[in-house]
Write a protein that binds this ligand. Structure first.
Ligand code: FRU
Length: 484
């Protein structure tokens, strides 16, 4: 039984064509980041490499830039830089997913991709949809190519979830360990604690509840979304997106956050033991619900949603009026090195570099400028020899990156549309690596030790990048050619 009739699809096509008219000529359309063709994009889903082809699925509302009924959009690539837009992969057309094909993941076994996602259902009636009225079914989809569906079935119906939880249990991520398959699910307990549930399976079709894999005290928030788990030589990594963390100085300043624990999973007790504090994956304004996957060459790659919900009234995205909203971060390669999770932009993106310039700068409470005739899409790598007191770099229209008193700060003027300042403490700053697109900045510090991602909407860009303060540095800049 399908719940979406022909009228729905006709209307969707009609609205999409109206939105595309607004999008044409929008100078804020990104040139090398993944974004929705029209409408709204949120979480990355089902990221996988299969038979050499990279697949990025994502939460997608093609007919509304403000969000709404989510499908899984689909993009493919053979080089991780140039992507092709594919047909919608999953749509909310079944009784068990009728109010949204929510987030999920992909797992390759033999010659098939197994997808797991959350089928969101809102039952009619007088409900708050947290304590009653909502179903979040775990659904399994089998595909032999990533495009067509061989089988789709509910493997954990909502009523089979354990006691003690609200209706919010979602975002399955599947992995293999010791010949068993495991699934982590994000959850909100009745006592408003975020938790991660663990299920196991010997065949990917029948799943059994094993208990709580990880949980937090009150200060770790009321809901943990989008869990992800992987092993590295140095440590196991548990990623999730907690809601309800309290902002502290230079930490958790956004409405919702995304971060990780390093630790060790105990496979006898089926528990994750964290051995680090919870660290944010990104200290900028626009980052949430990331997902990782291992590609065929063994790299652990992360995509984040370069966006965030519930940011108004603090900040917003003027692209809504132009028919679209949000994007993905650049894919990042992850590794754990000396107790730190490092994130680096995928090397492949160097193929977009053009027009290299560089300059050696020595500042003593003064200012120097680097020519930057193109500030739309560029890469800037600053290697710092020393910072005597402070350093600031002005770029785009009114954005400033500064380092002062062991704090790195990203600040926007009006082009941030409400985004003001985000900071991160960093005791010794060596490198600032900026990947700038028409309406985004991703700033990697100390070779990937910290990242700050932000959307920004300049109307006029300056033709110089200005450096001020007291510092000695070497700056390199490339224009970046479009990949879209
Ligand atoms: C995270 C999230 C997920 C959910 C999806 C719905 O941004 O809230 O928990 O599955 O978005 O679009």
């Amino acid at each position: 039984m399908t719940e979406l009739d022909q009228t729905y699809w006709n209307q969707l096509a009609q609205v999409q064509s109206e939105l595309s008219q607004k999008i044409i000529n929008d100078p804020w359309r990104l040139t090398y980041h993944q974004m929705p063709v029209t409408g709204w994009m949120n979480d990355p889903n089902g990221a996988v490499q299969f038979d050499g082809v990279y697949h990025l699925y994502h939460q997608y509302v093609p007919d509304n830039p403000d969000g709404g009924l989510v499908h899984w959009g689909h993009k493919t690539s053979t080089d991780m830089v140039h992507f092709k837009e594919e047909e919608l992969f999953l749509s909310p057309d079944k009784p068990y997913n009728k109010d949204g094909v929510y987030s999920g993941s992909a797992f390759v076994k033999d010659d098939e991709i197994h997808f797991f996602y959350t089928g969101n259902v809102k039952n009619p009636g007088d409900h708050d949809y947290t304590f009653s009225g909502r179903e979040q079914n775990t659904v399994h989809v089998v595909s032999k190519d990533g495009f067509t569906i061989e089988l789709e079935e509910v493997v954990i119906p909502h009523e089979d979830y354990p006691e003690g939880f609200t209706d919010h249990i979602r975002d399955p991520k599947v992995f293999e360990k010791n010949g068993m398959y495991y699934m982590v699910l994000g959850a909100r307990a009745l006592n408003h604690r975020g938790k991660i549930l663990l299920y196991s399976s010997s065949d990917l079709y029948k799943w059994e509840y094993e208990g709580v894999f990880a949980e937090g005290e009150k200060e770790m928030g009321y809901m943990w979304e989008c869990p992800d788990f992987f092993e590295t030589e140095e440590a196991d990594v548990l990623i999730f997106s907690p809601q309800g963390l309290k902002a502290t100085a230079h930490q958790y300043e956004n409405t919702h956050n995304a971060g990780y624990y390093l630790g060790k999973a105990d496979w006898k007790k089926l528990k994750f033991n964290s051995e680090s504090s919870f660290k944010e994956l990104d200290s900028g304004f626009d980052f949430y619900a990331p997902q990782t996957f291992e590609d065929e060459s063994g790299r652990r790659i992360l995509w984040g949603w370069m966006g965030l919900g519930d940011t108004t009234p603090e900040y917003s995205n003027p692209t809504v009026a132009r028919g679209w909203q949000h994007a993905m971060t650049l894919p990042r390669e992850l590794s754990v090195e000396n107790g730190k999770l490092m994130q680096r932009p995928l090397k492949e993106y160097e193929m977009l570099r053009d027009n290299h310039t560089d300059v050696q700068i020595s500042l003593n409470n003064e200012s120097a400028a680097m020519e930057a005739l193109n500030q739309k899409a560029f890469e800037l790598k600053v290697t710092i020899d020393s910072v005597d007191s402070n350093l600031s770099i002005s770029l785009k229209e009114d954005t400033v990156l500064s380092y002062d008193n062991k704090v790195f700060t990203l600040s926007h003027g009006p082009s941030g549309y409400g985004r003001s300042e985000r900071s991160v403490e960093i005791s010794d700053l060596h490198t600032i690596h900026v990947l700038a697109d028409t309406s985004s900045l991703e700033i990697f510090l100390n070779d990937g030790e910290h990242v700050l991602s932000t959307r920004v909407y300049p109307k006029v860009e300056k033709d110089r990048i200005h450096f001020t303060g007291s510092a000695t540095l070497f700056a390199e800049k490339w224009d970046l050619n479009p990949s879209i």
